[in-house]
Write a protein that binds this ligand. Structure first.
Ligand code: PLP
Length: 457
């Protein structure tokens, strides 16, 4: 019998996170203070985040120790298994070898607890009593709810309204873990009320939910805000995925030619890809592909510019690929990929030619998810179906070219709480969403007055 999954012991878990900031060939442009336009320092971030996380956000140390308390909690679901997708390979009749890292084994069902546990821990150490956050599909909100409950911190989640209505069970998971979950835009904050005044039927967006969560955090000294993606410290925490995968690929006697992840804010993709990207920086030939929805084409059609992380312009300006902070994506079911921006590190690595961005339409992603479920068994989150769709494209390309490639992708989460999306697909109620250029141009008008990064595109 061939080996199907590669499993590490708890003793083999990485003891340090990897920080790719230490190895970027062209460095990074700094975040800017939204008022002064000057580089934002630690004090500018202090009303939102605890200082220990701000230090990580700005760190260029290559390796960062994982605290023992975080290791203890990681052990609930880590190390996560690496699978060889033999049945998918067979169904595609491809010479490619396909591996996937299964991050759906965490209690919340995705990779999100890898950073939620670290952020809850550092907040606890800093004395934070309450954490506010946003969530799209609910994966991040439920992950943070669970991790706050571990450390006795109150948790308040603003959930994008369209997802709040599509995914009631995610809200119930958050409540089970003791969090309070509110549909965003809400009437509870100034930001929410101003958005509702202009558009009472707003479906919400991650940018709006972030504005609400940040507003509530800055209003109280004992409350901090946590972000589930985009920021440097989140990319650092997620590196456990790739660090484990390096060991597991060694066990399999293989090395990936192609690495694939879906990208909403960039964190599961970065988590798997960055530890391997170090080899690429050092000259190894690896194709690293970040996949986004065609209806929210931040990396493939958005410029590299300074923009706010939220709709109401409360966050620092980040150098990133963006569709503009007022962009409201079509209500696709991959709620976690409906974000106007992209992680600054991922954006910089696209400029550096280290990452290839791609986009796929919604229908192709669900077809891919179906193929995966009927071969490998697992039912994937709609976000994750984007990575599967790209993996299938690459495996079929290998077949056409007659090449025996090794493909590794991140199976970022299960879709058991997203079955309403599958139902919509089965009943013929899903479609692709074309995004006309004038809609993008209109949203980008709002960032025209902002400062421009050196490498603006
Ligand atoms: C299962 C899953 N995959 C991917 C994503 C995209 O986020 P990120 O790009 O930060 O990994 C999300 C976000 O909610 C998610 O829930």
């Amino acid at each position: 019998m061939s080996t199907k999954k590669y499993v590490l012991t708890e003793q083999e878990m990485p003891r340090k996170w990897y920080n790719i900031m230490a190895d970027l060939p062209n460095g990074m442009e700094p975040p800017l203070h939204p008022g002064t336009g000057q580089p934002a320092g630690p004090d500018d971030l202090a009303p939102i985040f605890p200082m220990n996380l701000i230090e990580q956000e700005m760190s260029t140390d290559r390796w960062i120790d994982i605290p023992e308390e975080v290791m203890d909690k990681y052990a609930i679901w880590r190390p996560s298994p690496l699978f060889r997708a033999y049945s998918l390979e067979k169904a595609l009749d491809t010479p490619a070898k396909i591996y996937y890292k299964n991050e759906g084994v965490s209690p919340a069902g995705s990779h999100k607890p890898n950073t939620a546990i670290a952020q809850a821990y550092y907040n606890k150490v800093a004395g934070t009593k309450k954490i506010t956050t946003e969530t799209g599909a609910g994966q991040w909100g439920s992950a943070l709810a669970m991790c706050c409950s571990f450390f006795g911190i109150e948790c308040k989640v603003f959930m994008v309204k369209i997802s709040y209505n599509q995914k009631p069970y995610r809200r119930l998971m958050m409540e089970t873990w003791g969090a309070n979950c509110t549909a965003s835009p809400s009437t509870e904050t100034r930001a929410g009320r101003s958005i509702l005044e202009k558009d009472p039927d707003s479906p919400g967006s991650l940018g709006m939910a972030i504005s609400e969560a940040v507003e509530e955090a800055v209003a109280d000294d004992n409350t901090k805000y946590a972000l589930g993606s985009v920021l440097n410290h989140v990319m650092i925490h997620q590196s456990v995925i790739g660090l484990e995968a390096i060991k597991q690929m060694k066990m399999a006697g293989d090395y990936p030619d192609v690495i694939i992840g879906s990208a909403g804010g960039g964190s599961n993709f970065a988590g798997l890809a960055f530890p391997f990207a170090l080899d690429k920086i050092n000259g190894k030939d690896i194709e690293i592909i970040a996949v986004e929805p065609t209806s929210c084409p931040t990396m493939t059609r958005g410029p590299f510019a300074y923009d706010f992380g939220d709709t109401v312009q409360m966050t620092p300006l980040l150098p990133m690929h963006t569709l503009g902070h007022n962009f409201v994506p079509a209500p696709i079911h991959a709620g976690g990929l409906r974000y106007h921006g992209m992680a600054p590190i991922v954006s910089q690595m696209i400029l550096d030619g280290l990452i290839r961005p791609e986009s796929v339409h919604q229908m192709e992603t669900f077809e891919a998810g179906m193929t995966f479920a009927r071969t490998e068994g697992y039912i994937s989150a709609p976000e994750c179906n984007h990575a599967i769709a790209m993996t299938i494209r690459e495996a079929l390309k290998a077949k056409e070219e007659g090449k025996e490639k090794t493909i590794l992708f991140n199976w970022s989460g299960h879709g058991l709480v997203d079955l309403a999306a599958y139902e919509a697909y089965f009943r013929g109620n899903l479609s692709d969403h074309e995004l006309p250029q004038d809609q993008i141009d209109a949203a980008l008008k709002d960032i025209e007055p902002l400062p421009k990064p050196r490498q603006a595109t």
